[in-house]
Structure formats: structure tokens, C-alpha cells
Design a protein around this ligand. Sequence first.
Ligand SMILES: [Zn+2]
Length: 252
Amino acid sequence: MNASLKPQAERQARIDLAACYRLAARFGFNEGIDNHLTMLVPGHSDRFLLAPFGLHWSEVRARDFLVVDFNGKVLSGEGPVEPTALYIHLPVHRLAKRARCVLHTHMPYATALGTLKNPRLEMVVQSALGFYQDIAYDENYNGLAFDQAEGERMARVLGDKSVLMLCNHGVLVIGETAPQAFERLYFLERAAQAQVLALSTGRELRVIPDSTIRATLEQFGSGGQVGGRDRADLHFEALKRQLDRSEADYAS
Ligand SMILES: [Zn+2]
């Protein structure tokens, strides 16, 4: 990246990550003040933006983020680093390809799925199809992640997928950009919600046949752009406009 573009790119990354926090709070994806959403600093692959612990997700601002390097050293910003943030996010950023943005939440429906003996997201609703063969399942809940080895283990289980279902715990979603990662997070929760609500009726699920899934995935591929713009970018921009109207301080 051209050095003169770096401050501008970091500023945009901070705004987008703050938007992720605000939107996640708005959708009820937060649990207390726990969990973390992080992004690599543009132009770097060895340091990331992290909100200091203690802020509610609904009050995170672009200016609040700490910059933390891969040794866990705070390079800039003020406030405490929560240990599990370091031990989950740092290894995932370091080891997982495409993990420029890493969103870890305990959002209710996806987390509920992960408490079932069979935690699989079933291909029973259109919004689930985008996750076909893109979810890794970590069925070995180990308590709190208090060392890097636990985050490294998670990164290995994630492999080349974009979603890690942390059974008995929550989810971890990665993306190359904030809009991509947030799109995955949002639709994962929506698909999980449909499945959990369907299961709550006690009736049997109607699974979409494999041939239909494959054909629909091809349609997703060709329909990923609308008017030359990426759907995820358009969605994220629309969501940010909601924030601009009612809580514009996120970008400050
Ligand atoms: Zn967690």
C-alpha cells in the first residue's frame, strides 16, 4: 500500500470496525461486554485493531481502538486488553488465510445450535446455502482461551473455512473485509434462527436436495454483484447509513 494512503485506509478500517460493533449490538449479537471484533491494520499483516475492554458495543467509536502487534504489545491507544481477545484473535489473524477481519460473538441462535449434540447448520433455508461446506465445527470446548495455544488450535480447526462454530461457546467468522465478515455473521445468525425456530416446532426439517443447493450456489455466484457493486458492500453501506442517522458518533 502506498504510504500516503495508509492513514486514510486505517481511518476507514476504524470506522468500519466501529460500525460492526454498533450493528452487532443493534442486532443483539453481543453478550454483556464480552467477545471481540478485530481487524488487521490496512497495509500490515502483523498488527490489529482491538477495542479496549470495558466498552459496551453500542458505544465503541473509531478513535477508541488499540493497535496490538502479534507479540501482544499495545502500539497505540489506551485501555485494557482482555486476555481471551488476545489469545483467540491474534492466532486466528496470524494463521488463517483471509482473516483480515475476525468477528467472535456469542449471538443467540448460532450459539444455541452449537449447544446441540448435532450442531450442524442444516441446508433447510435459502440463507443457509451460502454456508454450504464453509463451516468448521469445533466440538472440543476447552474453557476460556487463556493461552495462544487455544487460539492456534481454533485456527487449525477453522482451516480454510470462513466460519468456526465453537460448540458450547459461540461463533467465529472471518472475512477479507469488514463488510464481507459482517455479511457472513449476519446471515449465519439468520439461518441459525430459522433452523432453531423450525426445530422448536418439533416437526421434521425439510432438507434442500444437494442438486438444488449446487444450482443455487451458482446463482449466488452470478448474483453476487448488483449494478457492478458487491452485495455485501451494499448491505454494509445501507446499515452504516442507519447508524449515520441515529448514532453517527461511531465514526468519530
Ligand atoms: Zn467467546
